[in-house]
Ligand binder design. Structure first.
Ligand SMILES: NC(=O)c1ccc[n+]([C@@H]2O[C@H](COP(=O)([O-])OP(=O)(O)OC[C@H]3O[C@@H](n4cnc5c(N)ncnc54)[C@H](OP(=O)(O)O)[C@@H]3O)[C@@H](O)[C@H]2O)c1
Length: 284
């Protein structure tokens, strides 16, 4: 795995990272047993992953992604970059309340979330904190006030770089007027390309674009043209989906989520799958 990106300009990461949400089963779904979860995290790092995406709110029925990461990997390798997120959805019970009652975007909610991430990960400073805006998808509200709160926490030394998540193109522009932005994390994959303009704007600005649901999220990608390209290369559809993202733009960093050691190996091996111009044309 050789392709790399300087996240925030100074954090050197491999372009294939790992998303830890699935390890917790949050918000309610299958998850691996503890032994397998710890093995997946250790194997990811062995295979060269040094960018792990997580959040304190990835916690369900007493199983927390952050605590698993800490148990598996602390003391952390010097080059490991752990990216967390705070904001909408940060307070577990908020998920079931109307949006206007959510407390995650208030100054107190943001501070509590940053402190909870520091505590559960066993860190003095968080490498990158994404401000998550939309609850179920992007909304148009201003992100200036919560981002300014995070800037103050950064200036206190609790955060190194800031990013934004579940945001519109207008919110990305507003964020960039408010603070230096290291990364944008939105839904995007070979079958869901609404965010094409945001990918390109980020590339232009030297900002990493980190798609969530890179292999389809809750609905694994499947389509005849994906199957055809996969068959030509003796690869799997998730590998084609990941290789397409790597080819799409050099600022795209991958964080596929899995609780399966075999899928982890497969996803990381996608770095070796080079799609031809014919493949890319077929994928549209
Ligand atoms: N900012 C946000 O709002 C937001 C939202 C969602 C997610 N995220 C982040 O983005 C990361 C990635 O998203 P995600 O995990 O939801 O979606 P994803 O990576 O697109 O898909 C994960 C699903 O695909 C399966 N899978 C993964 N690799 C596979 C393979 N090689 N073959 C077959 N199935 C495979 C996994 O099941 P198995 O466990 O069986 O492999 C899991 O069910 C998350 O872990 C989280 O860190 C952020």
């Amino acid at each position: 795995m050789t392709e790399r990106w300087a996240l925030g300009g100074d954090l050197d990461v491999a372009r294939i990272g790992y998303g830890a949400m699935r390890l917790s089963g949050w918000p309610g779904g299958p998850r691996p047993d503890r032994y397998t979860a710890l093995a997946v995290l250790n194997r990811a790092v062995e295979l060269g992953v040094n960018h792990i995406d997580t959040s304190n709110y990835y916690s369900h029925d007493g199983v927390s992604a952050n605590e698993l990461i800490r148990e598996a990997l602390h003391p952390y390798p010097d080059d490991l970059v752990i990216v967390t997120k705070v904001g909408a959805l940060v307070e577990g019970p908020d998920i079931h309340r109307p949006a206007e009652e959510h407390t995650g975007l208030t100054p107190d909610g943001l501070r509590r979330a940053v402190e909870a991430n520091l505590r559960t990960l066993g860190l003095d400073r968080l490498d990158v904190v994404n401000l998550r805006m939309g609850v179920l998808g992007p909304s148009d509200e201003s992100l200036a006030a919560p981002l300014e709160t995070l800037c103050a926490l950064r200036d206190e030394g609790l955060i190194r770089h800031l990013g934004v998540s579940n945001v519109t193109a207008a919110q990305v522009a507003e964020a960039r007027r408010t603070a230096p932005i290291a990364c944008v994390q939105n839904q995007y994959n070979v079958a869901q390309r609404d965010d094409d303009p945001v990918v390109d704007a980020c590339a232009e600005a030297g900002i990493a674009y980190v798609p969530f649901f890179p292999v389809g999220g809750y609905q694994p990608l499947t389509a005849d043209h994906l199957n055809a390209v996969a068959a030509r290369h003796g690869a799997t559809v998730p590998q084609v989906a990941l290789a397409w993202l790597l080819a799409r733009s050099p600022n795209i960093l991958l964080i596929p989520g899995t609780g399966s050691p075999a899928h982890l190996e497969e996803n990381i091996a996608a770095a070796g799958l080079h799609l031809t111009p014919e493949d890319l044309a077929e994928l549209g």
